[in-house]
Write a protein that binds this ligand. Structure first.
Ligand code: NAP
Length: 368
């Protein structure tokens, strides 16, 4: 007998990340898109009309999604009505609005009994909201009962994923730390794709034949978010880890998809050999792999030996675009080692990462 799928909603369904959600959920074994919401500009249109002329992906949406009537994401009562009709058990939030507005709106959904799995940065610094990378900190979901109790929410809660720029180097760092080689200091230079700015994003005249050495707020996020992810739960709130100390340079480059990061790393104590590091990365697995979650890459970190890899165009789609691809591991003249890492920003860094978090939350019994 076919399994009944959990009906899900997408807030910001018409945007760059929302479209990735719709596309990745086309034939997902557990979840089915039944509810879509966006700005008042799109509300009241069929999904196919709302995205006509601005569908960005090669893969299209499922036929039933084209016929969904887009709602105004600011009107939570529409999602509550859909929940009551069995059409929206929880929502993925891919809204691009002001931080305060997003924070307040996501809280309204949670308070109304609709769990929110968010891509937005608004709640990343809320002390009782977990920032999840499913392989690294699946135990951070343990805060959800405390969050619900403290806020008086019965069914709803908020869980978020971190910034797309840190995805490529967090798992390599975690793998090394788990093997007894934590990092103490890092210097990271990112080269971030234009799709990271949404649509229409950065003006083409700024991007063609050019690099923009500034992405608002990105360096601060890249330096702080890893400490929450590596942190722990203390009395119902998150306590940040003390290390590694990170200095980030974030650049926008003329690449469509795929954020690259050049990393120089100093270890806190013992220093593994380059061969040991490659073995640690190759053997790295987390709960998503052990539980065989549908969106999980088989091998979260792939090392390429060629001198000229990873490259966004050739490597970003590795294993459903969910794997991190690394290359150029070599000694560093200032710190201990250096390497280049790549991950797909709108998949692993956004919708794919959000879906993996939802699978983790279902696996742990927080959504059903
Ligand atoms: P986007 O392409 O600009 O899409 C924004 C979405 O938000 C659209 O669906 C838009 O609806 C909706 N929206 C805008 N203003 C609204 C309002 N006032 N009320 C309700 N809905 C509104 O942005 P994106 O790149 O998909 O990013 C979405 C979120 O994901 C952002 O928070 C971003 O920071 C985060 N994120 C993005 C990436 C990435 O690589 N792009 C990676 C990680 C996280 P309309 O179409 O009707 O205007």
């Amino acid at each position: 007998m076919a399994q009944v799928k959990i009906p899900v909603g997408i807030l910001g369904a018409t945007g760059m990340v929302g479209q990735q959600y719709i596309s990745l959920l086309n034939d997902h074994p557990w979840f089915e898109v039944r509810y879509a919401a966006a700005s008042p500009r799109s509300a009241g249109k069929k999904y196919e009309d709302a995205v006509a002329g601005r569908w960005h992906l090669a893969k299209t949406y499922a036929p039933h999604v084209g016929g969904i009537m887009v709602e105004d994401a600011n009107d939570v009562s529409r999602a509550v009505a859909a929940f009551k009709k069995g059409e929206c058990s929880f929502v993925f939030s891919a809204l691009e609005m002001g931080k305060d507005e997003t924070r307040a709106l996501e809280e309204q959904y949670a308070a109304a009994g609709i769990p929110v799995i968010s891509n937005a940065s608004a709640h990343r610094w809320t002390p009782d909201v977990p920032v999840l990378i499913a392989e690294i900190n699946p135990d951070h979901t343990d805060i959800i009962p405390m969050q619900k109790k403290a806020r008086g929410w019965d069914r709803g809660f908020i869980a978020v994923k971190p910034n797309c720029s840190i995805q490529s180097y967090m798992k390599p760092l975690h793998a090394l730390a788990q093997a007894g080689f934590p990092a103490q200091r890092l210097i990271v230079t990112t080269m971030q794709a234009v799709s990271g700015a949404g649509y229409p994003g950065v003006p083409s005249l700024d991007m063609i034949d050019n690099i923009v050495p500034y992405i608002g707020g990105e360096e601060e996020k890249s330096e702080k978010e890893p400490l929450k992810i590596f942190g722990s739960i203390d009395n119902g709130v998150f306590k940040d880890a003390q290390s590694p100390k990170i200095s980030a340079h974030c650049n926008r480059v003329p690449v469509t998809d795929g954020h690259s990061a050049c990393v120089s790393l100093e270890f806190a104590g013992k220093k593994p050999s380059l061969e040991e590091i490659k073995k640690i990365w190759a053997a790295y697995k987390g709960l998503p792999q052990e539980a065989d979650l549908p969106m999980a890459p088989k091998q979260p970190i792939i090392y390429r030996e060629e001198d000229n890899r990873p490259q966004p165009r050739k490597d970003r789609d590795t294993d459903k675009a969910m794997a991190v691809v690394i290359g150029r591991l070599r000694p560093c003249n200032v710190f201990d080692i250096r390497f280049t890492a790549l991950s797909h920003n709108t998949v692993r860094g956004a919708a794919g990462g959000g879906i993996l978090n939802a699978e983790l939350l279902k696996y742990k019994g927080y959504i059903n």
